[in-house]
Design a protein around this ligand. Structure first.
Ligand code: PLP
Length: 397
């Protein structure tokens, strides 16, 4: 009954995660199975990572084939796929060049380094500050954590990297006065993910672009979570018509394989010189093959359209659940990146009920349920899961 891996974890793994008491062993599409053979519909998707669902046959075939050919050679050499994937990423973002990384926080480290390098190269040493938003999340390394606008991630690890200024996302006056000549970049998530699925209004995104243009500031749009089709478009910033200068990507980009990318435009794309930044693993043939397969499958199977259509269907269903249970105070997000805000602190109980009845959800706080399923999910699968969520809310309230 009790899987041995849970005891091994308790004894041998650094205890930094509050894990659900289950051991996942297998996945197919939107479904995963634990080691007892129990099946769950997965509305977490590895935290907005598994855009193609689990074990997509074409994606599996691509990385199997590549694993048998070549896995790692370092960036001392070219490989067959890195530059090809860079061209694809340039195509879907509208920017110019790509620096490869292995994760979201590393993509953000590159963004931060490039912003400061750009300012040093074209402006002054003094132009070093970065403005980010309260409630933002940009990762766990020192740069990403210092950029993050949430004290809980920072407090145990001070002192932080200097030069980060956090302003409330809805306080334009604070932003306006913080954006002085020492600021090299403003960094924003189009939809704050870890901070509670909070979209930045399109009008604010456009105002940010104008402000950055006027004051010679780079606009970094962290699409690590909301990018790669999550909102029904390749990039969430497309909804506002804004073109950023720097776009960190990761989560969905490899379809489950770890990969990160920092996409850059204009002067920012050429300010780093040979030897100034690098990564041993980044842009390896296996990761890039996974990225290429992911983007190709998204295109072939019209997955952006699916995210939009099924996203709308799911939003309607969630509103109905809210109405019938009387517990919904707000539904936030776009496409298949949704936050169900409950009017009472029952999210953890709802999560447990859902799990016991075969549905995986994520509860970042006591009142918030985050829903980020694979982008291949169908209306029928949504309709299978909604009654479980509804029953769970009823049982918890
Ligand atoms: C998850 C996330 C990160 C960090 O990504 P890791 O791969 O965990 O390092 C950074 N920014 C945003 C917006 C994220 O959602």
């Amino acid at each position: 009954m009790h899987p041995p891996q849970i005891d091994l974890d308790a004894k041998y793994v650094v205890q930094t995660y509050a894990r659900q008491p289950m051991v996942l062993a297998r996945g197919e599409g939107v479904w995963v199975w634990d080691t007892d053979g129990k099946r769950f519909q997965d509305w977490v998707a590895g935290i907005a990572v598994d855009v193609l669902g689990h074990s997509h046959p074409k994606w599996v075939a691509a990385i199997r084939e590549q694993a048998g050919r070549l896995v790692h050679t370092s960036n001392l050499y070219h490989n067959e796929h890195q530059a090809v994937l860079a061209r694809e990423i340039v195509g879907i973002t509208g920017l110019d060049r790509v620096f490869f990384a292995n994760s979201g926080t590393e993509a953000n480290e590159a963004a931060i380094k490039i912003a400061r390098r750009w300012a040093k190269a074209y402006h002054s040493d003094a132009k070093h500050k970065l403005i980010t938003f309260v409630n933002s999340f940009h990762g766990r390394t020192y740069g990403g954590m210092s950029a993050t606008g949430q004290e809980k991630y920072q407090k145990p690890f001070t002192p932080l990297v200097p030069g980060f200024v956090h302003v409330p996302a809805d306080d334009w006056a604070a932003l306006d006065s913080a954006a002085d000549e020492d600021v090299c970049a403003i960094m924003v998530e189009t939809i704050q993910g870890e901070g509670g699925v909070r979209p930045i209004p399109a009008e604010t995104m456009r105002a940010l672009r104008r402000l950055c243009d006027e004051r010679n500031i780079l606009l970094i749009v962290d699409e690590v979570q909301c990018g790669i089709g999550r909102t029904g478009k390749w990039m969430a910033y497309e909804h506002s018509g804004v073109l950023p200068d720097i776009v960190p990507l990761a989560k969905g980009l490899g379809g489950g394989f770890p990969i990160g990318a920092c996409v850059v435009r204009g002067d920012a794309a050429t300010c780093l010189k040979v030897g100034e930044h690098g990564s041993t693993f980044a842009g390896g043939p296996l990761a890039c093959k996974a990225g290429l397969a992911t983007l190709e499958i998204i295109r072939e199977e019209a997955i952006l359209e699916n995210a939009e259509v099924v996203g709308t269907h799911l939003q309607e269903g969630l509103r109905n659940v809210g109405e019938s249970t009387g517990c919904l105070s707000e539904l936030r997000g776009m496409g298949l990146m949704l936050g169900l805000v409950l009017d009472r602190p029952i999210a953890k109980q709802v999560l447990t009920h859902c799990r016991e009845n075969g549905l995986l959800i994520n509860a970042p706080s006591d009142t918030l349920i985050r829903i980020v399923p694979p982008l291949v999910i169908t209306k029928e699968e949504v309709d299978w899961a909604l009654p479980i969520l509804e029953a769970a809310i009823r049982a918890s309230s």
